[in-house]
Design a protein around this ligand. Structure first.
Ligand SMILES: Cc1ncc(COP(=O)(O)O)c(C=O)c1O
Length: 397
């Protein structure tokens, strides 16, 4: 099929070619959508590599190979959502196993850990993984997985991946990195020793807010075989159209991520100088506690920014209603700039006291900087902050 060796080309070439050869029978230069659920067999059990689309599917395989290649991995698996990919890893666990996880992680991950897998006898400890001492003291003999989000959602904490891998190996645990925020363009955790990577491909990888999807990548063939078994057994796989759209999005991933990062840097700097803003969380700012580590571990700082207004919840809600160009919506990583209020949206599934204890305040806003002109995005933020300013001033009187 003219498959290219995975490590031969640079990322910008791999997003276009990896897993996506020109179509053999027709020469179509874009990998086709094979809209079929099953495949003809020559005789019982003898087929051309595809028997049933839940098990293996050519368009899905193209996507899986491409994502694996971008992460410098041997194997990729695609899922119907990021949560299905997260579940695709968690099914490796058994009752009695223990997991150590980043404490400010995506609310849906926290929900499946605490509300689903705890019920099956899996134990979870949430720690500030930016502090290796905290990670070391949480790991136990029964720890099977060290689960890390870096940058974390929504506080953009930066965790030392290589440092965590060493600690996890000491107790025989796997290190799993949710690389959704960074994408393989900015950070390649397997090269730092991690065992598995999960992605919500819904975000930057697809990048156009029109597909829900997820992926796992791995290097170890035994681990891959186990994951592949569960992928087929559980069946939360994406359809061919979604795989095709995700592959279309991937082709511009490096260009989009570079432009997202440029815009985010400008906006984070501007926000950090605005008097109505109390605190900005962005690893690209020298004031961010993970800035130096992010410089070493990532090739740029991403385009998610969180910030707190120098005001209370009512003013924060006025701010959310005043933005015009930014769209109030769950999700991130799209060409269109989105923003959310984590306490009531992405992290609403966390109990309020847990949320506050990990530092997610009621006044927190998370921005996902899109590809619009940053000057327009800043002007919109400016007018929304101005709408809040009179309320703050009247409270001060
Ligand atoms: C970091 C992270 N991981 C996983 C997920 C879950 O992905 P999905 O919504 O595609 O199921 C999300 C969703 O927002 C996320 O932000």
């Amino acid at each position: 099929m003219g498959e290219i060796p995975r490590s031969l080309y640079r990322l910008r070439t791999r997003v276009i070619h990896a897993g996506q050869p020109n179509d053999g029978p027709t020469g179509a230069v874009t990998f086709p959508i094979y809209q079929t659920s099953t495949f003809a067999q020559h005789e019982p059990g003898v087929h051309r590599g595809y028997s049933y689309a839940r098990t293996d599917h050519p368009t899905r395989e193209a996507l899986e190979r491409c994502i694996a290649s971008l992460e410098g991995a041997r194997f990729g698996l695609a899922y119907a959502s990021g949560m299905a990919a997260i579940n695709g890893v968690l099914v490796l666990l058994r009752a009695g196993d223990h997991v150590v996880a980043t404490r400010d992680l995506y609310g849906g991950a926290w929900r499946i850990f605490t509300k689903v897998y705890r019920k099956f006898g899996v134990d979870f400890t949430f720690v500030d993984t930016t502090d290796l001492a905290e990670v070391a003291s949480a790991l136990r003999r029964k720890t099977r997985i060290l689960w890390i989000e870096t940058p974390s959602n929504p506080l953009l904490g930066i965790t030392d991946i290589a440092g965590c891998v060493q600690l996890a190996r000491n107790v025989g645990a796997l290190t799993v990195i949710d690389n959704t925020f960074a994408t393989p363009c900015l950070q390649q955790p397997l090269l730092l020793g991690a065992d598995l990577i999960v992605h919500s491909t819904t975000k930057f990888i697809n990048g156009h807010s029109d597909v829900i999807g997820g992926a796992i990548v791995a290097n170890d063939s035994d681990l891959y075989a186990e994951l592949k078994f569960f992928q087929n057994a559980v069946g939360a796989v994406p359809g061919p159209q979604d795989c095709f759209l995700t592959l279309r999005g991937i082709k511009t991933l490096p260009l989009r991520v570079a432009s997202h990062c440029t815009g985010a840097r400008e906006i984070a700097t501007w926000l950090s100088q605005h008097p109505a803003v109390a605190r900005v969380y962005y690893p690209g700012l020298p004031s961010h506690h993970g800035h130096e580590l992010a410089r070493r571990q990532m090739s740029d700082f991403g385009s998610i920014i969180s910030f707190e207004l120098a005001a209370g919840l009512p003013e924060t809600l006025i701010f959310t209603k005043s933005l015009r160009l930014w769209t109030l919506a769950e999700s991130l990583g799209s060409v269109k700039s989105l923003f959310c209020h984590p306490p009531t949206m992405t992290h609403a599934s966390m109990e309020p006291q847990v949320r506050r204890s990990v530092g997610i305040s009621d006044g927190l806003i998370r921005l996902s900087v899109g590809l619009e002109d940053p000057a327009d995005l800043i002007e919109d933020l400016e007018q929304a902050l101005a709408a809040v300013a009179p309320c703050v001033a009247s409270e001060e009187v």
